[in-house]
Design a protein. Structure first.
Length: 144
């Protein structure tokens, strides 16, 4: 049996798109208020109920990053990349977690991948600028 053919938790429990949006908004509010543990709990549920939405994984990664759970953040960003392979953001966010883990070679690689993806997209100039700045800082630091 193919895992892609399995029903998602949303399909099993029948949670409406409107309810999922409300949960996301609440998670975003909790994140903004610094309630990262509670936000992570909500985003984890969203990833279970709607695993194909990259933003759920990115939000979970961000909450985990803020909690200092860098390995969990990276795992969430990897899932976001899996859902949207051409999106540079998850790789850039993962680079920051790699930096926090002092894995600068992985941070460099993730940043380079983000930049590569930005070059193929006209709508990612701001992300490209952030990635270029991070790459420059990482290269400067690692050359010392």
């Amino acid at each position: 049996m193919n895992i892609k053919n399995q029903p998602t938790a949303q399909q099993d429990i029948t949670i409406s798109s409107r309810q999922l949006e409300s949960l996301y908004a609440l998670g975003f509010e909790l994140y903004g208020a610094g309630e990262f543990e509670k936000a992570a709990d909500l985003f984890r549920l969203l990833c279970l109920y709607d695993p194909e939405k990259s933003r759920n994984w990115i939000a979970l990664g961000g909450a985990n990053q803020q909690r200092g759970e860098y390995q969990l953040a990276i795992a969430a960003f990897v899932m976001a990349s899996f859902q949207e392979p051409l999106s540079p953001e998850p790789r850039l966010y993962a680079a920051h977690s790699f930096i926090d883990l002092m894995d600068l070679s992985a941070a460099l690689e993730a940043t380079k991948q983000a930049l590569e993806l930005c070059e193929k997209r006209d709508d990612k100039k701001e992300v490209q600028s952030r990635a270029a700045s991070l790459l420059q800082a990482l290269e400067s630091y690692t050359q010392k």
